[in-house]
Design a protein around this ligand. Structure first.
Ligand SMILES: Nc1ncnc2c1ncn2[C@@H]1O[C@H](COP(=O)(O)OP(=O)(O)O)[C@@H](O)[C@H]1O
Ligand SMILES: [Mg+2]
Length: 272
């Protein structure tokens, strides 16, 4: 089986700063890939490249065997940590917005049967993320978890094959985060998605992923910190609970001290 998404020899450089060097990654359709790594390792840059928002300085990306240029296509949807929903429109309009832009790029307004169809799809999507009863609320009237559900509905309404998540649950409380884990796992199955999720939370990465990629620098030049970029230091396939437990231990041991402490998961250090 050939890969849905194939990255080869990807480099990301900003000026003379090398952020990512030589990343190779073949992603099969249906995979749930978690990406972990210290802050500044280039995780978000890598997602932007897969999204088509940015072009790597070197290397190629193939989607279904076709070279990806610098375009965002409807086959890739994205959810960021926060602020991706529009504050001035309701949940329903937020969800419809993607379809309106696609079908009426100038006015972002649909009429008649097109409007009806878009509204029906948006209501179905809101139902799928558990917001059926909240469709008339504005984002300011919703909790952080509800806003992330809305962002997911917004991303999925265009029926992307690949869903990109950039620390989507990082700002949420642990209890809410567990609900979101159940939601994203269900959507991954129901919509036969391929998911690529960046997270700071190693436990979350191993709980949800079928594969975990850890980005980090292999080489450091103390005199020139930007000389070397991060690359894939671990690329672990997770077939069962044993793989998950062993992988989590391995990656946590090598990366934890350098990963930004997440205030929601940080354990207090015992005294005495
Ligand atoms: N557009 C840009 N121009 C210059 N530097 C950038 C740009 N985007 C990201 N960087 C730098 O690249 C590095 C990696 O950023 P990023 O991909 O956001 O890392 P991560 O998501 O892993 O924390 C950071 O040092 C950041 O400052
Ligand atoms: Mg980031």
């Amino acid at each position: 089986m050939s890969a849905l998404l194939s990255l080869s020899n990807i480099w990301v450089e900003y000026g003379d700063k090398i952020v990512i060097e030589n990343v190779d990654l073949d992603i099969e359709e249906g995979a749930f890939v978690s990406i972990v790594g210290p802050s500044g390792a280039g995780k978000s840059s890598l997602l932007r490249i897969i999204l088509g928002q940015e072009i790597p300085t070197r290397g190629t990306i193939l989607l279904d065997g076709q070279r990806l240029g610098g375009e965002c296509g409807p086959d890739r949807g994205v959810v960021f940590q926060r602020y991706s929903v529009f504050p001035h429109i309701s949940a329903l309009r937020n969800t419809m917005f993607g379809l309106e832009c696609e079908q009426a790029p100038l006015s972002a307004r649909l009429f008649g049967t097109a409007h009806k169809a878009a509204k029906a799809m948006a209501m179905e999507m809101l139902d799928a993320v558990g917001l059926a009863d909240s469709m008339h609320l504005y984002p300011a009237q919703m909790s952080g978890g509800m806003q992330q559900r809305l962002a997911i509905a917004q991303a999925l309404i265009k029926r992307p094959r690949i869903l990109l998540l950039d620390e989507p649950f990082g700002a949420l409380d642990p209890g809410i985060r567990a609900d979101m884990h159940a939601l994203i796992t269900r959507l991954w199955n129901d919509y036969a998605l391929t998911i690529i999720m960046v997270t700071h939370d190693i436990r979350e990465a191993f709980k949800l992923g079928t594969r975990v990629l850890a980005l980090d620098k292999r080489r450091h030049d103390p005199d020139a910190p930007h000389r070397f970029g991060a690359t894939a230091v671990y690329d672990l396939a997770l077939r069962n609970r044993k793989d998950r437990a062993a992988g989590e231990e391995l990656v946590a041991a090598s990366l934890t001290p350098k990963i930004d402490a997440n205030p929601n998961t940080k354990e207090s250090i015992g005294h005495g």
